[in-house]
Design a protein around this ligand. Structure first.
Ligand code: RIB
Length: 314
Protein backbone atom coordinates (compact mmCIF):
# COMPACT_ATOMS: atom_id res chain seq x y z
CA UNK A 1 0.00 0.00 0.00
CA UNK A 2 1.28 3.47 -0.87
CA UNK A 3 2.36 5.35 2.28
CA UNK A 4 0.43 8.54 3.05
CA UNK A 5 2.03 11.69 4.43
CA UNK A 6 0.63 15.08 5.42
CA UNK A 7 2.96 18.11 5.43
CA UNK A 8 2.18 21.47 7.02
CA UNK A 9 4.82 24.06 6.25
CA UNK A 10 6.36 26.97 4.41
CA UNK A 11 6.23 27.47 0.66
CA UNK A 12 8.75 29.92 -0.83
CA UNK A 13 10.11 31.04 -4.13
CA UNK A 14 13.89 30.80 -3.72
CA UNK A 15 16.16 33.33 -5.45
CA UNK A 16 19.69 31.97 -5.57
CA UNK A 17 22.77 34.13 -6.15
CA UNK A 18 26.17 32.44 -6.28
CA UNK A 19 29.38 34.36 -5.71
CA UNK A 20 32.90 33.33 -4.72
CA UNK A 21 33.00 36.33 -2.40
CA UNK A 22 30.30 37.60 -0.09
CA UNK A 23 29.92 41.38 0.20
CA UNK A 24 30.98 43.20 3.35
CA UNK A 25 28.57 45.84 4.71
CA UNK A 26 28.21 48.62 2.14
CA UNK A 27 30.11 46.65 -0.54
CA UNK A 28 28.81 45.46 -3.92
CA UNK A 29 30.35 42.35 -5.46
CA UNK A 30 29.66 40.95 -8.93
CA UNK A 31 28.31 37.44 -8.54
CA UNK A 32 28.60 34.36 -10.75
CA UNK A 33 25.08 33.14 -11.38
CA UNK A 34 21.42 33.62 -10.56
CA UNK A 35 18.53 31.16 -10.68
CA UNK A 36 15.16 30.67 -9.01
CA UNK A 37 13.53 27.45 -7.80
CA UNK A 38 10.58 26.39 -5.72
CA UNK A 39 11.47 26.12 -2.05
CA UNK A 40 10.27 26.48 1.50
CA UNK A 41 10.93 23.82 4.08
CA UNK A 42 7.40 22.40 3.95
CA UNK A 43 7.17 22.48 0.16
CA UNK A 44 10.61 20.90 -0.21
CA UNK A 45 9.60 18.10 2.15
CA UNK A 46 6.26 17.54 0.38
CA UNK A 47 7.95 17.57 -3.04
CA UNK A 48 10.52 15.07 -1.77
CA UNK A 49 8.08 12.67 -0.10
CA UNK A 50 6.06 12.56 -3.34
CA UNK A 51 9.20 11.86 -5.38
CA UNK A 52 10.13 9.14 -2.91
CA UNK A 53 6.82 7.40 -3.50
CA UNK A 54 4.45 8.63 -0.80
CA UNK A 55 0.98 9.99 -1.47
CA UNK A 56 1.40 13.49 -0.04
CA UNK A 57 -1.08 16.12 1.11
CA UNK A 58 0.26 19.64 1.71
CA UNK A 59 -1.25 22.32 3.94
CA UNK A 60 0.11 25.82 3.39
CA UNK A 61 -0.44 29.23 1.83
CA UNK A 62 0.89 31.19 -1.13
CA UNK A 63 0.12 34.65 -2.44
CA UNK A 64 -2.23 35.39 -5.30
CA UNK A 65 0.74 36.05 -7.60
CA UNK A 66 2.69 34.28 -10.36
CA UNK A 67 5.00 32.62 -7.85
CA UNK A 68 2.10 31.13 -5.90
CA UNK A 69 0.61 29.65 -9.05
CA UNK A 70 3.96 28.30 -10.18
CA UNK A 71 4.74 26.69 -6.80
CA UNK A 72 1.36 24.95 -6.65
CA UNK A 73 1.95 23.64 -10.17
CA UNK A 74 5.46 22.44 -9.27
CA UNK A 75 4.01 20.46 -6.36
CA UNK A 76 1.13 19.09 -8.45
CA UNK A 77 3.59 18.02 -11.16
CA UNK A 78 5.19 15.50 -8.79
CA UNK A 79 1.78 14.34 -7.55
CA UNK A 80 1.39 16.32 -4.33
CA UNK A 81 -2.26 16.83 -3.36
CA UNK A 82 -2.29 20.64 -3.12
CA UNK A 83 -5.92 20.94 -2.03
CA UNK A 84 -4.73 22.12 1.40
CA UNK A 85 -2.80 25.10 -0.03
CA UNK A 86 -4.73 28.38 -0.03
CA UNK A 87 -4.01 31.42 -2.18
CA UNK A 88 -4.12 34.57 -0.07
CA UNK A 89 -5.03 37.86 -1.80
CA UNK A 90 -3.01 41.06 -1.35
CA UNK A 91 0.11 39.43 0.03
CA UNK A 92 3.17 38.05 -1.70
CA UNK A 93 4.20 34.42 -1.78
CA UNK A 94 6.93 33.57 0.72
CA UNK A 95 10.41 34.45 -0.55
CA UNK A 96 13.89 33.21 0.32
CA UNK A 97 16.96 35.13 -0.81
CA UNK A 98 19.76 32.57 -0.84
CA UNK A 99 23.44 33.46 -1.21
CA UNK A 100 25.92 30.68 -1.98
CA UNK A 101 29.62 31.42 -1.50
CA UNK A 102 32.70 29.79 -2.99
CA UNK A 103 32.90 27.30 -0.11
CA UNK A 104 29.29 26.25 -0.81
CA UNK A 105 28.11 27.83 2.42
CA UNK A 106 24.65 29.31 2.18
CA UNK A 107 23.12 32.40 3.77
CA UNK A 108 19.33 32.61 3.67
CA UNK A 109 16.94 35.46 4.38
CA UNK A 110 13.35 34.25 4.32
CA UNK A 111 10.40 36.63 4.16
CA UNK A 112 7.22 34.77 5.19
CA UNK A 113 4.58 36.67 3.16
CA UNK A 114 1.57 34.38 2.71
CA UNK A 115 3.15 31.69 4.93
CA UNK A 116 2.00 33.75 7.92
CA UNK A 117 -1.58 32.86 6.91
CA UNK A 118 -0.98 29.13 6.51
CA UNK A 119 -3.52 26.99 8.34
CA UNK A 120 -5.54 30.00 9.53
CA UNK A 121 -8.48 29.34 7.20
CA UNK A 122 -10.77 26.32 7.30
CA UNK A 123 -8.60 23.19 7.45
CA UNK A 124 -11.39 20.67 8.16
CA UNK A 125 -10.81 18.85 4.87
CA UNK A 126 -7.09 18.60 5.64
CA UNK A 127 -7.85 17.25 9.11
CA UNK A 128 -9.95 14.49 7.51
CA UNK A 129 -7.08 13.70 5.16
CA UNK A 130 -4.54 13.79 8.01
CA UNK A 131 -6.54 11.06 9.76
CA UNK A 132 -5.79 8.75 6.79
CA UNK A 133 -2.01 9.34 6.84
CA UNK A 134 0.77 7.46 8.63
CA UNK A 135 3.05 10.47 9.15
CA UNK A 136 2.65 14.22 9.78
CA UNK A 137 5.66 16.43 8.95
CA UNK A 138 6.13 19.82 10.63
CA UNK A 139 8.82 22.52 10.64
CA UNK A 140 8.95 26.14 11.86
CA UNK A 141 8.26 28.43 8.89
CA UNK A 142 4.52 28.60 9.61
CA UNK A 143 2.32 29.09 12.68
CA UNK A 144 3.54 26.95 15.56
CA UNK A 145 0.11 27.12 17.20
CA UNK A 146 -1.46 25.49 14.12
CA UNK A 147 1.44 23.03 14.02
CA UNK A 148 0.61 22.11 17.60
CA UNK A 149 -3.08 21.70 16.78
CA UNK A 150 -2.15 19.34 13.92
CA UNK A 151 0.33 17.43 16.10
CA UNK A 152 -2.36 16.90 18.77
CA UNK A 153 -4.79 15.73 16.09
CA UNK A 154 -2.15 13.38 14.68
CA UNK A 155 -1.42 11.86 18.09
CA UNK A 156 -5.18 11.33 18.66
CA UNK A 157 -5.14 9.15 15.54
CA UNK A 158 -1.88 7.36 16.38
CA UNK A 159 -0.05 9.11 13.52
CA UNK A 160 3.73 9.49 13.67
CA UNK A 161 4.90 13.11 13.94
CA UNK A 162 8.27 14.16 12.49
CA UNK A 163 9.21 17.66 13.63
CA UNK A 164 12.08 19.56 12.05
CA UNK A 165 12.77 22.57 14.33
CA UNK A 166 13.96 24.68 11.39
CA UNK A 167 14.61 27.55 11.17
CA UNK A 168 16.23 27.54 14.61
CA UNK A 169 14.08 29.03 17.39
CA UNK A 170 15.35 32.18 19.11
CA UNK A 171 13.67 31.19 22.39
CA UNK A 172 11.90 28.25 23.97
CA UNK A 173 8.22 28.67 24.80
CA UNK A 174 5.37 26.41 25.90
CA UNK A 175 4.24 25.72 22.33
CA UNK A 176 7.71 24.58 21.36
CA UNK A 177 7.97 22.36 24.44
CA UNK A 178 4.64 20.71 23.71
CA UNK A 179 5.63 20.13 20.08
CA UNK A 180 8.83 18.50 21.33
CA UNK A 181 6.81 16.19 23.58
CA UNK A 182 4.29 15.27 20.88
CA UNK A 183 6.84 14.60 18.13
CA UNK A 184 7.95 11.01 17.67
CA UNK A 185 11.14 12.14 15.98
CA UNK A 186 12.82 15.56 16.19
CA UNK A 187 15.42 16.32 13.48
CA UNK A 188 17.55 19.39 14.32
CA UNK A 189 20.76 20.24 12.51
CA UNK A 190 23.74 21.52 14.52
CA UNK A 191 22.46 25.11 14.68
CA UNK A 192 18.95 24.09 15.69
CA UNK A 193 20.25 21.63 18.30
CA UNK A 194 22.34 24.43 19.81
CA UNK A 195 19.34 26.78 19.77
CA UNK A 196 17.28 24.19 21.66
CA UNK A 197 19.96 23.35 24.23
CA UNK A 198 22.65 26.03 24.38
CA UNK A 199 25.20 23.32 23.58
CA UNK A 200 27.41 24.19 20.57
CA UNK A 201 27.33 21.12 18.31
CA UNK A 202 30.75 20.63 16.73
CA UNK A 203 31.33 16.86 16.91
CA UNK A 204 29.59 13.60 17.81
CA UNK A 205 30.15 14.05 21.56
CA UNK A 206 28.52 17.48 21.63
CA UNK A 207 25.76 16.25 19.27
CA UNK A 208 24.99 13.39 21.65
CA UNK A 209 24.97 15.76 24.63
CA UNK A 210 22.57 18.07 22.78
CA UNK A 211 20.34 15.15 21.75
CA UNK A 212 20.22 13.93 25.36
CA UNK A 213 19.27 17.43 26.49
CA UNK A 214 16.50 17.60 23.86
CA UNK A 215 15.20 14.28 25.19
CA UNK A 216 15.20 15.73 28.70
CA UNK A 217 12.97 18.52 27.31
CA UNK A 218 10.50 15.78 26.34
CA UNK A 219 11.42 14.45 22.89
CA UNK A 220 11.15 10.69 22.33
CA UNK A 221 13.79 10.31 19.61
CA UNK A 222 16.27 12.83 18.26
CA UNK A 223 18.28 12.80 15.04
CA UNK A 224 20.97 15.48 14.94
CA UNK A 225 22.06 16.02 11.34
CA UNK A 226 25.58 17.41 10.99
CA UNK A 227 26.04 18.06 7.27
CA UNK A 228 29.44 16.88 6.12
CA UNK A 229 29.99 15.05 9.42
CA UNK A 230 26.92 12.79 9.14
CA UNK A 231 24.80 12.70 12.24
CA UNK A 232 23.39 10.58 15.03
CA UNK A 233 20.16 9.10 16.33
CA UNK A 234 19.33 8.93 20.03
CA UNK A 235 16.29 6.81 20.94
CA UNK A 236 14.80 6.58 24.42
CA UNK A 237 14.78 2.77 24.44
CA UNK A 238 18.04 2.07 22.60
CA UNK A 239 21.15 0.98 24.48
CA UNK A 240 23.45 3.15 22.44
CA UNK A 241 23.47 6.06 20.09
CA UNK A 242 23.39 5.26 16.34
CA UNK A 243 26.03 7.24 14.46
CA UNK A 244 25.90 7.62 10.69
CA UNK A 245 28.61 8.90 8.39
CA UNK A 246 27.98 11.37 5.59
CA UNK A 247 27.25 9.99 2.14
CA UNK A 248 30.33 10.23 -0.08
CA UNK A 249 29.16 12.63 -2.78
CA UNK A 250 30.28 15.59 -4.83
CA UNK A 251 28.76 18.53 -2.95
CA UNK A 252 27.23 21.15 -5.24
CA UNK A 253 24.82 22.93 -2.89
CA UNK A 254 23.62 21.94 0.59
CA UNK A 255 20.38 23.96 0.53
CA UNK A 256 17.38 21.77 1.47
CA UNK A 257 19.52 18.74 2.36
CA UNK A 258 17.83 18.70 5.77
CA UNK A 259 14.43 18.69 4.06
CA UNK A 260 15.47 15.75 1.87
CA UNK A 261 16.71 13.91 4.98
CA UNK A 262 13.44 14.50 6.85
CA UNK A 263 11.43 13.42 3.79
CA UNK A 264 13.36 10.17 3.41
CA UNK A 265 12.99 9.45 7.10
CA UNK A 266 9.24 10.14 6.99
CA UNK A 267 8.60 7.99 3.91
CA UNK A 268 10.46 5.03 5.39
CA UNK A 269 8.60 5.42 8.71
CA UNK A 270 5.29 5.60 6.82
CA UNK A 271 6.24 2.34 5.11
CA UNK A 272 6.74 0.69 8.48
CA UNK A 273 10.54 0.61 8.51
CA UNK A 274 12.26 0.87 11.89
CA UNK A 275 13.58 4.22 13.04
CA UNK A 276 17.19 3.19 12.35
CA UNK A 277 16.29 1.92 8.87
CA UNK A 278 14.41 5.15 8.26
CA UNK A 279 17.44 7.20 9.30
CA UNK A 280 19.54 5.22 6.83
CA UNK A 281 17.01 5.95 4.07
CA UNK A 282 16.91 9.64 5.06
CA UNK A 283 20.72 9.80 5.07
CA UNK A 284 20.82 8.72 1.42
CA UNK A 285 17.98 11.05 0.43
CA UNK A 286 19.66 14.00 2.18
CA UNK A 287 23.08 13.07 0.82
CA UNK A 288 21.88 12.92 -2.77
CA UNK A 289 20.15 16.32 -2.47
CA UNK A 290 23.51 18.08 -2.09
CA UNK A 291 24.67 16.80 -5.48
CA UNK A 292 22.28 19.12 -7.33
CA UNK A 293 21.63 22.87 -7.29
CA UNK A 294 18.47 24.39 -5.87
CA UNK A 295 15.86 23.43 -3.31
CA UNK A 296 12.82 21.48 -4.59
CA UNK A 297 14.57 20.52 -7.82
CA UNK A 298 17.46 18.95 -5.90
CA UNK A 299 15.21 16.39 -4.17
CA UNK A 300 16.11 12.84 -5.25
CA UNK A 301 13.51 10.37 -6.46
CA UNK A 302 12.89 6.84 -5.24
CA UNK A 303 14.99 5.16 -7.94
CA UNK A 304 18.03 7.30 -7.13
CA UNK A 305 17.79 6.49 -3.42
CA UNK A 306 17.20 2.76 -4.02
CA UNK A 307 20.10 2.65 -6.46
CA UNK A 308 22.46 4.28 -3.99
CA UNK A 309 21.28 2.02 -1.16
CA UNK A 310 21.89 -1.05 -3.31
CA UNK A 311 25.44 0.07 -4.11
CA UNK A 312 26.12 0.22 -0.36
CA UNK A 313 29.57 1.68 -0.94
CA UNK A 314 29.32 4.03 1.99
O1 RIB B 1 15.43 24.34 3.88
C1 RIB B 1 15.69 25.06 2.71
C2 RIB B 1 14.68 26.13 2.52
O2 RIB B 1 14.84 27.10 3.52
C3 RIB B 1 14.80 26.89 1.22
O3 RIB B 1 14.11 26.27 0.17
C4 RIB B 1 14.29 28.26 1.56
O4 RIB B 1 13.02 28.52 1.03
C5 RIB B 1 14.27 28.33 3.09
O5 RIB B 1 13.02 28.35 3.59
Amino acid sequence: MQPRICVFGGINIDFFATSELMPRPGQTVVGDSFFQTGGGKGANQAFATARLGAWTHMIGAVGDDVFGERLINDLKDVGVDSSGIVRVPDIHTGVAMILLDGDKQNYIIQIPGANAQAGLTDIEQSLDILATCQVLMLQREVSQEISLKLAREAKNHGITVVWDPAPAPSSIDDVLLELLRLADVVTPNETEAEALTGIPVVDFASAEAAAAQIMKLGAQSVVVTMGGQGGLLLESDAEEVFIFNPLQVNTVDTVAAGDAFAAGLAVALAEGQTLRESVVFGRVSGGLAVTAEGAMISMPDRDQVEQRLSESQD
